[in-house]
Design a protein around this ligand. Structure first.
Ligand SMILES: [Fe+2]
Length: 178
């Protein structure tokens, strides 16, 4: 259960060594790398936080007492963060389907599990779906998050610390103590 930023940090500190899917990095490394790439690119703290948190639902799902669905994780996070943090995460699959439409090579650059899940997710967007997607307030943020995510799979990348991103999350949490 995520009630505050400390719960998020504890989750990554205690369980972040779980492998990130079939990749060669752990969940913690992947989160730190995605957020570090965003910060180094000069992104706003909301995007840096979104990058750190974007796979938290899959990490929670690995725990016996974790939320069972991405929706349940989102409900918990919605108590803490504004849409500017959460919406780029919620649009993660949409951004992937969008990029598969506008950059036909994008699909082949995805990891194998991500390529395989694409069809279940609806395949590349149609032109009209893409037009609707681009009207979403956080569509471009979601696309940039996707780009950092795609690069954040390097076993030896130097990153900023969990403590550092904890401070970023703290600065954005709307309810620090409940
Ligand atoms: Fe990811």
């Amino acid at each position: 259960m995520i009630r505050d930023v400390q719960d998020i940090l504890d989750l990554y500190a205690h369980h972040g060594s779980a492998p990130y899917g079939a990749e060669t990095v752990s969940h913690l490394q992947h989160a730190l790398q995605t957020a570090t790439l965003a910060e180094e690119a000069g992104e706003m703290p909301e995007i840096v936080a979104a990058c750190f948190l974007h796979d938290i639902a899959s990490l929670q799902r690995l725990l016996p007492d974790g939320a069972r669905s991405a929706e349940a994780t989102f409900e918990q996070l919605a108590e803490l963060f504004e849409p500017a943090v959460l919406e780029p995460i919620r649009l993660h699959v949409a951004a992937k389907r969008y990029l598969c439409l506008v950059e036909p090579d994008y699909r082949h650059q995805l990891s194998m599990p991500s390529q395989m899940s694409l069809d279940e997710q609806g395949g590349p967007m149609t032109a009209s779906e893409a037009e609707r997607f681009l009207h979403e307030e956080f569509a471009y943020d979601a696309v940039r998050l996707r780009r950092y995510d795609d690069q954040a799979r390097k076993p030896d990348m130097q990153t900023l610390s969990l403590h550092h991103f904890g401070r970023v999350l703290d600065s954005l949490a709307t309810v620090a103590m409940r």
